[in-house]
Structures are given as C-alpha cells and as structure tokens.
Design a protein around this ligand. Structure first.
Ligand code: HEM
Length: 217
C-alpha cells in the first residue's frame, strides 16, 4: 500500500469506529426498558414517556432506522470493498436509503416535540429535510449513472448522518466546559446549541471535500 492509501485507510477507521459505536450505543438504552421505566434517569425518555402512541412509534422508528443507516454507511466509503463487491455496495445503499427515508420522516415528526423547543424544532427539522433530500439526490444520481454527482451527494448524506455522532461529541464538550454549573443546567444549555452545531459544520466540511475533489480531478 502507498502512504496515501495508508492514510486513507486510517481516516476511514477514524470516522467508521465512532459511527459504529454511536449506532449501537445510542439506541441501546431504549431496548432495555419502556420509555416510562427509563424516564427517571433519562431526560429524553421522560420527554416521550407520556406522548401519544404515534409519537412514540416515530421515536422507535427513528432510532432503529437512524442506527441502521449510521451502522452501514461507513462500509459504502471503503474503496476496496466497493470495487470488489459492487453488488454489496448497491444492496447496502438501498437499505441505507430506505432507513434514511423512514428515519428522516420520523425525525421530522419528532422535531416539534424535542427537548430544546423552537431552536431544536428548527435545527432538527431542517436536518431531517436535508438528510432525506440528500439521500434522494444520491440515489437519483446513481440511477442516471452520474457517479461523480452520486459521490458528492453520498458525502453530504454521510456528513448529515454523522450529526448523530457529533451531537453526542458536542454535548460532552459543551457540558464539560461549564465548570461549576449544575449538571441539569449544563445539559439544558448545551442541548439548545447542538440542534444546529451537530450538522452545520459537518455539511461545510462535506462541501469542502467535494470542492477539493473536483479541483483535483
Ligand atoms: C441525521 C438526521 C437526524 C435527525 C433530523 C434526528 C432527529 C432527532 C430528534 C428530533 C430526536 C428527538 C430529540 C429530543 O427529543 O430532544 C432524536 C433522538 C434520537 N436520535 Fe436522531 N436524528 C437524526 C439522526 C440520527 C441517527 C443517524 C441516529 C443513529 C444512532 C439517531 C439516533 C437517535 C436516538 C438514539 C435518539 C434518542 C435520544 C438519545 O437517547 O440520544 N438519530 N433524533
């Protein structure tokens, strides 16, 4: 392997591992008990414990489909796997697309009920629309065999899917920066910032990657 290939593989592991970890760990608590039983020490479970059944159904659909999309997405960027097993890439792509469609519609349903109020509804709502919209862009480009555009859209889709990772990373950073602030207050303040912070920088980085790739080809 050349040094460029080695650093590409390292970069891949660098984003694949956190994605897989969050895809498994974030939904896991909700498999351990009902929202009501988790509500005592989980603010998000408490937020949904008394909601209508259709809101709770959207919640479970969202975390299952979001988890599946995040778990499978890194595989699509493994260049060797894509070259050696194109059928696997296509099959996985279709599963991810279906998961994102369901996950984004469910995310849009949840947005008005989120813990951060109007800022969360705006941040999570626009993320849900862009997430689903970019996935449609990626699939449409692949169907018309415009693989350069397909790659650009796929990079945007992954940057937006990665919001689930960055939301949790930013929460940890923002909460730890608030030294001496009560845990509840620190969480509430941080949670009002992350609905946009979890995805806007990711999308800017994706656009930069796309511009750099376009200028080198
Ligand atoms: C990228 C588009 C996404 C949007 C628009 C979105 C939106 C939302 C919203 C509105 C909530 C409720 C938050 C609240 O009540 O305050 C939520 C919760 C949640 N989402 Fe997403 N989400 C996205 C991606 C993902 C992905 C890829 C995963 C995969 C792990 C995921 C997993 C979860 C989990 C586990 C929760 C429950 C809250 C928690 O325990 O952290 N989401 N999401």
């Amino acid at each position: 392997m050349t040094t460029t290939e080695v650093s590409a593989v390292r970069r891949w592991w660098g984003f694949a591992l956190p994605a897989v970890a969050i895809a498994v760990l974030a939904p896991l608590p909700y498999a351990r008990g009902s929202l009501t039983s988790l509500a005592a020490d989980n603010d998000l479970a408490a937020n949904y414990a008394d909601r209508a059944t259709w809101v709770q159904a959207a919640f479970y659909l969202h975390i299952t489909c979001g988890g599946a999309a995040l778990l499978l997405s890194p595989m699509q960027f493994a260049a060797r796997l894509r070259q050696r097993a194109p059928l696997l890439h296509r099959t996985c792509g279709r599963i991810i697309f279906a998961a994102i469609m369901l996950g984004s519609v469910a995310g849009l349903v949840l947005a008005p009920f989120n813990l951060a109020g109007p800022i969360g509804a705006a941040g999570f709502g626009s993320l849900a629309i862009l997430w689903g919209g970019s996935a449609v862009g990626a699939i449409r480009a692949a169907r018309r065999r415009d693989f350069a555009a397909h790659r650009r859209w796929a990079i945007r889709v992954f940057a937006l899917t990665y919001a689930a990772v960055m939301l949790r990373v930013w929460l940890i950073i923002l909460i730890s920066l608030q030294i001496g602030v009560a845990a509840d207050t620190a969480f509430t303040r941080a949670y009002h910032v992350v609905p946009f912070l979890c995805w806007v920088p990711n999308l800017l980085i994706a656009e930069r990657i796309n511009r750099n790739e376009a200028s080198t080809t």
